[in-house]
Design a protein around this ligand. Structure first.
Ligand SMILES: [Zn+2]
Length: 361
């Protein structure tokens, strides 16, 4: 039985190119891992400074953690809960319930809302929606493999997009299961990499930078993106961990990507009058509307469903839509790829997907 101070009532604690690609991603993951380990602790919130919370935690630790240690259930220990963190959680819940009963506002603790956990999982809805987002990328990768010919020049870029997406949602799942400094850094850095990869990909598709004529520009563009990401990580870890800056950086990068795709959609829709040309622009509009949820930041409904989890829920459908778009509509091979032998499967595929459906690609 977990003992809380008597002043509070206890809450119910409830291929070769593939090989080099994988190697590059493994090195990237390892570097992120090592950098995140150097991270410093998170800043405090208003809830942590409440005297009743401080008293509750202190009393709880004295009762449960010092002399006669209260054992924790196995499922909590497996998710790395220990005596002090259990006290912290139980006190967050009891203080929050007391405040709600007294008609006071719900406060954040350690930068987060006081969620009701489920089987030791801190933010069950965010975890569920992160898993579903990751699954969308997994299924999307399989659809790319099935639908796109290997000779299609954008195939590897789209594949990498899926891998970045899965990496991002994996860390989002882990972070929302258990919030540690390390898991938070990994979530932020993988999300940043995902957003920046979106920007890297957009001009390659929109301006067809994959064509051999643009090989040099493409190399420079790649180096610019890598340098920007390195500077971003260096600033956050080496200079200052700044939530506002991190959010602003992601919004700016995401907005540039959105503008590029909106431009692409307007241009092609005006020219072709085909509904499919509007898809990227519509996906962008959806994402912009969904993003407003992230900016709302209201306390969790029923202690579980907050704006952040809804933002994660809102990205599932556009993810599915995006893969449907890239796997269905792709441009014809440009001249250097149009050698009969090299591109026969691609040309056939193109004819079947685009011409038969009367959709100029
Ligand atoms: Zn999240």
């Amino acid at each position: 039985m977990w003992l809380l101070p008597r002043t509070h009532f206890s809450s119910s604690s409830s291929s070769s190119s593939s090989g080099s690609l994988c190697r590059a991603l493994a090195i990237f993951s390892f570097l992120l891992f090592a950098l995140a380990l150097l991270a410093t602790p998170t800043a405090a919130s208003r809830g942590d400074r409440l005297p009743e919370f401080k008293d509750c935690v202190q009393d709880c630790k004295e009762r449960n953690c010092l002399y006669e240690k209260t054992p924790l259930p196995l499922h909590l220990r497996l998710l790395l809960w220990n005596c002090p963190s259990e006290c912290d959680y139980a006190c967050q819940r009891s203080v929050t319930v007391s405040r709600v009963v007294d008609g006071q506002s719900i406060e954040q603790f350690h930068g987060k809302w006081p969620f009701k956990r489920l089987w030791g999982v801190q933010e069950p809805f965010s975890v569920l929606f992160s898993i579903l987002n990751g699954y969308v990328h997994y299924v999307g990768l399989k659809s790319l493999k099935r639908e796109l010919p290997r000779s299609y020049p954008l195939y590897r870029y789209y594949r990498l997009f899926g891998i970045f997406g899965m990496f991002c949602w994996l860390w989002s799942t882990i972070f929302h299961m258990r919030d540690f400094v390390f898991t938070e850094r990994m979530d932020y850095f993988s999300a940043g990499a995902n957003v920046l990869y979106g920007l890297y990909l957009a001009p390659i598709r929109i301006f067809r930078l994959y064509r051999p004529t643009y090989a040099r520009i493409l190399r420079i563009w790649g180096m610019v993106c890598i340098a920007a990401y390195a500077a971003h990580v260096y600033y956050l870890l080496g200079v200052r961990w700044d939530y506002a800056y991190n959010m602003a950086a992601n919004v700016v990068i995401g907005s540039i990507t959105n503008i590029l795709w909106t431009y692409w959609s307007i241009r092609h829709y005006t020219r072709l009058k085909s509904f499919w040309a509007a898809w990227p622009g519509l996906i962008v509009m959806w994402l912009i509307m969904a993003m407003s949820l992230e900016l709302l930041d209201f306390p969790p409904v029923a202690g579980a469903l907050d704006a952040h989890s809804l933002w994660h829920a809102a990205t599932i459908l556009p993810g599915m839509w995006w893969y449907k778009y890239v796997a269905t509509f792709f441009p014809p091979p440009s001249l250097p790829y149009a050698l009969p032998f090299a591109t026969l499967p691609l040309s056939l595929h193109y004819v079947l997907r685009c011409r038969v459906h009367v959709r100029p690609c």
